[in-house]
Design a binder for this molecule. Structure first.
Ligand code: ATP
Length: 351
């Protein structure tokens, strides 16, 4: 187990792409940490640089205080699981799992005993003699995890470890991964495209943009209190409503309604100031009767999400999205009102 301390880490690829830009990050010992961000923001580069598979252009990486920035991958004691699992196709499951021990020059019997144990732990009994080509995606993933496990690294780095699984397997694997990480308590950093996965698994999340961290916090903090417009628009399975507003003496005028200024913005915004007002579709309540502080408009689209619906209203020319519970959905063309939950209204300065 180890804490990871990253200071001013910069990676410029030959050709000039600045994939990491003086990035600072502290991951605590035993923490389950997620990296989220749009394609190309530098997530994989960060993992690979910590693993030693890319060399840092500048900055430092410390594991438990020891500077590993210039160490080769084999001497960093980190285990990396890739998106494609990188299993050896010609080796059996058992030999794949045992591979790190072969590198460490352990004897054959000891290797196989330890690999079989890790395999059992990951539910791979009976598959030890197969080759990766004869396994399902989920089984291959477990072999890759078992292989990382036997190496007993101080840190796990997982690059989209669940991305090749179908929806159901993915959910199972997610629960499994969470339990495994809790049991082993090994510091783990994982990259995902799937926000739900990051929100469900991680102790903390870093949201990256263009080689930098734009917000770092618990899943709840990042979801409820995005620190800036970038994070506000990036996080959320249904995108946040971001509406132009203006501060008045009696509140913030937004799309025909006047909303109270949120507590934490009080004193920080001035009358007449133009702002962007953010409200998640989950925090708007749809009704057919007019209410103070509600957005009034006409329903244009109703999309079924399963147990709820996403309703799009036209509010003074702006689309406003509202999540409406089953059985309460309006029809397209209805006139309705969307009332924001006051403690979930966010204000941002543009840019
Ligand atoms: P994705 O989510 O699409 O996997 P990412 O956030 O992991 O993206 P990286 O793969 O780290 O992003 O890439 C960051 C930037 O560095 C991108 O602009 C990418 O094109 C560039 N890049 C990545 N690898 C190399 C390389 N070997 N040589 C040059 N540029 C690279």
């Amino acid at each position: 187990m180890a804490a990871i301390t990253i200071r001013e880490l910069t990676k410029v690829y030959p050709g000039g792409v600045r994939a990491l830009d003086a990035l600072d990050l502290d991951v605590a010992d035993g923490e389950f940490f997620a990296l989220l961000g749009p394609s190309g923001c530098g997530k994989t580069t960060l993992l690979r640089t910590v693993a030693g598979l890319e060399t840092a252009t500048a900055g430092t990486i410390r594991l438990d205080g020891a500077d590993v920035t210039r160490l080769p991958p084999g001497r960093r004691d980190v285990g990396m699981v890739f998106q494609d699992y990188a299993l050896f196709p010609h080796m059996t499951v058992l030999d794949n799992i045992a591979y790190p021990l072969r590198v460490k020059k352990r004897g054959r019997a000891a290797r196989h005993e330890r690999a079989a144990e890790a395999g059992r732990y990951l539910g791979l009994e009976g598959l030890e003699g197969r080759r990766p080509g004869e396994l399902s995606g989920g089984q291959q993933q477990r072999v890759a995890l078992a292989r990382a496990l036997v190496a007993e690294p101080r840190v796990y780095l997982l690059d989209e470890p669940l991305s090749n699984l179908d929806a159901r397997l993915r959910l199972e694997a997610r629960t499994f991964l969470k339990r495994l990480q809790r049991e082993l308590a090994v510091t783990t950093v994982f990259v995902t495209h799937d926000q739900a996965e990051a929100l469900a698994l991680a102790d903390r999340i870093a949201v990256m943009e263009a080689g930098r961290i734009r917000q770092l916090g618990t899943p709840v903090e990042v979801f409820r209190r995005p620190a800036n417009l970038f994070v506000a628009s990036f996080i959320g399975s249904t995108p946040m409503n971001l509406l132009p507003g203006r501060v008045r003496a009696d509140g913030v005028a937004v799309a025909g309604a006047v909303l109270p200024v949120p507590d934490e913005a009080r004193g920080r915004v001035g009358e007449g100031e133009a702002l962007v007002c953010g409200v998640r579709p989950e925090y708007l309540h749809y009704g057919s009767d007019p209410k103070d502080g509600a957005f009034g408009g006409r329903v244009s689209v109703v999309e079924h999400l399963g147990g709820s619906s996403l309703v799009t209203m036209d509010v003074e020319g702006e689309p406003v999205h509202v999540v409406v519970g089953e059985g309460r959905e309006p029809e397209p063309g209805d006139e309705g009102w969307a009332l924001p939950r006051p403690d979930r209204v966010l204000l941002y300065r543009d840019g």
